[in-house]
Structures are given as C-alpha cells and as structure tokens.
Design a protein around this ligand. Structure first.
Ligand SMILES: C[S@@+](CC[C@H](N)C(=O)[O-])C[C@H]1O[C@@H](n2cnc3c(N)ncnc32)[C@H](O)[C@@H]1O
Length: 286
C-alpha cells in the first residue's frame, strides 16, 4: 500500500493508478486530452507545454513549510506513478531498480530531458519546490512520452523541498549522481542557511550517494561558486574530480548548456564556476 505524509494532514492511502487520466488527476494536472490542438497550453508545432502558461514567482522560501505530500520513507515512493510504463503494477516494483540520479532544483527540466536519452536504463527524478514549474516539467515529460513512444519513461519530477525531504526519497547509498545546477544564490549572509549546498546538507547528500557517486554543481555567481567549492573541499567524504576525469565525463559537458538557466547565462556571455566532487569512503585513521 502507498502511504503519503503531509505535514498538516494525517497519512492517507493513495489508490493505485491504472489509466493516464487517473495519473494526471493524481499528479494534479488537468487532462486536456492528447490532442495538442485542443490544448492552448501546448505548442502546436512542438507538442510541448508553453512556458508562459507556467509563470511562477522567481523564488520560494525553502525554510517555510509547504503543503505537499511527502513519502514516509524511500520504500513509500510510488514508482508506479512516476514511471508507469516501467512499473505498470505495484507487484512489479522490485528493489533492484531504483532512482539513481537526482536533479535538485531542476527548474524547467532541461537537464533531465538530456539525461533521459543519454542514460535510458537509469531512473532519474527532478526535485523542484515551485508548483507551477513542477507542473510544467510534468507536462513536458508527458508530452515527450507521447511524441516518442518508449522514450522518456525513466524520468520524472516531484514537487518537494529538497532541503528537508531528501532522506524521505532516497535510502543510504542509493544515488550515483546528484545535480545542483545554477542554484539560488541567497546573497545575504543571513540567508546563507537557505543555500542548497552547505556543510550540514552535504552530510545528507553523502548519506544518499553511494561511494563513487558524483555531485555536480555549477553557477554563474562567483561567490556562490567559491562557497560550493569550499564546502565540498572541506567535507571529509568528498574529493574533487581531476581535470582528466572531468574531460572524460559526458555529463560535465551538459552542465552549462542543458538547463534553461545555463542557456540564459550562455546567451548573455556570463562566466560559470563549476565544482564536481566524488563521494569517497571515510578516510581511515591508520
Ligand atoms: C535558479 S533556478 C535553476 C533551475 C535549473 N537547475 C536550471 O539550471 O535551469 C533554481 C531552482 O531551484 C529551485 N529550488 C530552490 N530551493 C529549492 C528547494 N529547497 N527544493 C527544491 N527546489 C528548490 C527553485 O524553485 C528554482 O527552480
């Protein structure tokens, strides 16, 4: 049985989803039909959702309590809802296939879309706090699945506050890649505690990343770049990738180009600051 916990309401069971219409209702989306011509929110040429219908405030306070359901534990994450073609019924959900990539603060989902076809066998999820933006990514994934049958089945998105609920979604050592692309800078010193990379949160990321797993970060804000680099460098469970390793990793090339924010920075000729670190075993005292 699938149990979800909302901070304000008691746990309630969710029915298992069999039809697209039900899935969309559960995901909080209106079913406008498959026909892009009937749905003004969809672009007639590309069949993808139009961003202007999903405008959201630029920022959301990650320290305030929002009211969205949160799984009680990683084993309560409903894979049938996120990856219906791969997990058509609850009895097909085995512990062997689990989400391995997490894009934290995924925005409009550009990185996930690129990674989905680059790693078609890997399950991945975007975590996004803004509801309209999350809704856009859901629509984008559904549209891509319809336009490319059999593809984009390994990618999903969830509205959540990653600063609070990472351990509800992923178990110890589950992830092999975590992405933090162009995170909100929170310039003022009193707001540094809102940053998604911090010494305290790195403890949590080290917990959900398997040894050898990689954290990718990039920003166009030099001070934030230095902060993320310093936090990672000082953490005993992370080590920087070498230049050769960065060069050989196909994902590194996507960091500045695959996301909407990265494309904006590139269009404006902005500089970027990257920090890519590997999760390592704790150093032995011997
Ligand atoms: C500047 S945008 C970058 C989006 C995307 N990574 C990109 O490169 O285009 C930062 C995103 O992180 C999201 N975000 C901020 N704090 C968050 C949190 N605590 N949990 C989940 N998402 C968060 C914001 O809503 C926003 O969409």
């Amino acid at each position: 049985m699938t149990l979800l916990r909302s901070p304000k309401t008691p746990p309630k069971p969710l029915p298992f989803v069999r039809k697209k219409k039900e899935a969309m209702a559960l995901l909080g989306l209106k079913d406008m039909g498959n026909n892009k011509d009937d749905n003004p929110k969809m672009c007639k040429t590309t069949g993808l959702p139009r961003k202007r219908f999903y405008r959201a405030r630029a920022h959301s306070n990650p320290l305030s309590d929002s009211h969205f359901p949160v799984p009680l534990s990683p084993s309560h994450v409903d894979y049938t809802l996120h990856y219906p073609q791969l997990f058509p019924s609850p009895d097909k959900v085995t512990s062997s296939k689990r989400i391995q990539f997490a894009d934290i603060g995924c925005g409009f989902g550009g990185l996930l879309v690129s990674l989905s076809t680059l790693f078609p066998e890997t399950l991945m999820i975007g975590m996004e706090i803004r509801d309209k933006v999350t809704e856009y990514v859901k629509e984008r994934i559904l549209a891509l699945r319809l336009a490319h049958p059999g593809q984009y089945q390994n990618v999903s998105v969830v509205r959540t506050n990653s600063m609070k609920y990472i351990p509800n979604y992923f178990s110890k050592g589950q992830l092999s890649k975590m992405f933090f692309l162009f995170p909100d800078p929170h310039f003022k010193e009193k707001n540094h505690r809102r940053r998604v990379i911090s010494p305290h949160l790195l403890d949590e990321y080290a917990y959900v990343l398997g040894v050898g797993g990689i954290i990718y970060t990039i920003t166009d804000v030099e001070e934030l770049g230095e902060w993320m680099q310093a936090c990672l460098k000082e953490h005993p469970l992370f080590e920087a990738l070498t230049e050769e390793e960065l060069e050989a990793d196909p994902v590194v090339k996507l960091l500045g180009s695959a996301t909407e924010e990265g494309q904006k920075v590139a269009r404006n000729g902005g500089q970027t600051f990257r920090a890519v670190f590997r999760r390592i075993d704790p150093p032995s005292d011997a």
